[in-house]
Design a protein around this ligand. Sequence first.
Ligand code: XUL
Length: 505
Amino acid sequence: MPHALGFDSSTQSLSAVLLDLDTLRITHELSLPFGELTDYASPRGFLENLSDGQVHADPRLWVAALDVLVQRMKDAGWPLSGVTAISGSGQQHGSVYLKEGFAARLATLDPARPLGPQLEGIYSRATSPIWMDGTTSAECAEIAATLGGAEVVCARSGSVAVERFTGPQIRAFYKRDPQGYADTARIHLVSSFLCSLLIGADAPIDTGDGAGMNLMNLAAEDWDAGLLAATAPDLAAKLPPVSPASKPCGTVSAWLVQRFGFDPSCIVLPFSGDNPSSLVGMGAATPGRVVVSLGTSDTLFAAMTEPRTDPEGCGHVFGNPLGGYMTLACIRNGSLAREAFRDQLGADWSAFEAAGDADLPETATTIPFVADEITPKRPGGLSEADTSLATPQRVRAFLEGQAFNLLRQLEWMHLKPTELCLTGGASKNNGIARVFADVFGVPVSRLSVSNSAALGAAMRAAIAAGAPTEDLVKSLCASDSTIQPTDRGTPARYGNWLLALRAGA
Ligand code: XUL
């Protein structure tokens, strides 16, 4: 029975999902929380209490986790010899720094021994900066200045220079530890590093995760000589090539074959970032379905055919693993703001349920930024036009403000969705889902995919093995329930506010 396997190395765990290629169903799922690997002092997947607010992880943890998880899969009877294709995803932006000889080391691994000890001494930097590190503002400014402005970096790479992105992190390493940088022969992303471990050779960086580095030219889908030069010297030689995520980059290594019983002809596709992979896992890799994840922050992502970038410099554009591009907009005032507003009203979530059917006067607008906002860049401060309204109405105005701020992202993306797919904790609230349906003017569906990044990786592997994309989406990404829009989300209510935001007011 042929199977396709997907991994996801997230901030806090390594997960695997196995698909049966005959039924197109998930047959096995397993997750290893990094906190279980107690040798690495990383209960939440990263090193706590580093100096100066740096957030780094121990790359040896990711290596050990792969060995342990695959062993557990084997012990649990997963049909590993029937796996015909593998792919994976990793937390975006994190980077691994390796000395000369990394690929040679991978090519000569002893299947009788675990992976970790066989890679001792290969790291030119003991720790890996991850996406939560925000210590590179100076480097972002330097890169933008060299290129001629933030908007130039955005137009070329898909995002303005961002602290957590890999290019500014590489520049910070070069400045803080020039010798360590000089000793580095290869820089991998978390995704391409793990893929390298699977194929036993240097894996490429895919266009999805590559676009999260401020180093790749979005339109050319290759390294950008100007961005590289503005970041650090001799960088081109230290990076693996860029590849489309759909082009197989090798077969499983002899180490995996002999240690765990994989078939030597099993192909491996480049790993991608967790967000690009989730786009696939949510069935949104073809234009039409826009996904909004309502979590601590609210995130909107969608497939896009052209490499358009955000003129305000807030949104990001990455490669779409199934071809073309994808957008990602992150709103900081998500669930934390919803909770703060709920508490301010002395209400509970039933007021949010009731907000779905509340009617509002035309003048009832709320700017829903409790904390400083990054999309758009505005200081925090909740502003309600009418506090005399009933609680469900005030909640509705607040939720409409949140939904309109996401809706306006679709302008620079040039997207006209036919369906909005909501996910994340707050999406379960029917009132919240109703407001989003009304404001976007399209049906809202809710997906209960639990590990969309690992599932997306498994789906990419399945597609490479011949499974039709539409059949996979139908089988794995069907919505649980659909809410039709009413005409309550009148755009007139927020027209002026949107215009003011657009003018940068
Ligand atoms: C995206 C980002 C995070 C990481 C970790 O830009 O920083 O979503 O990918 O999940």
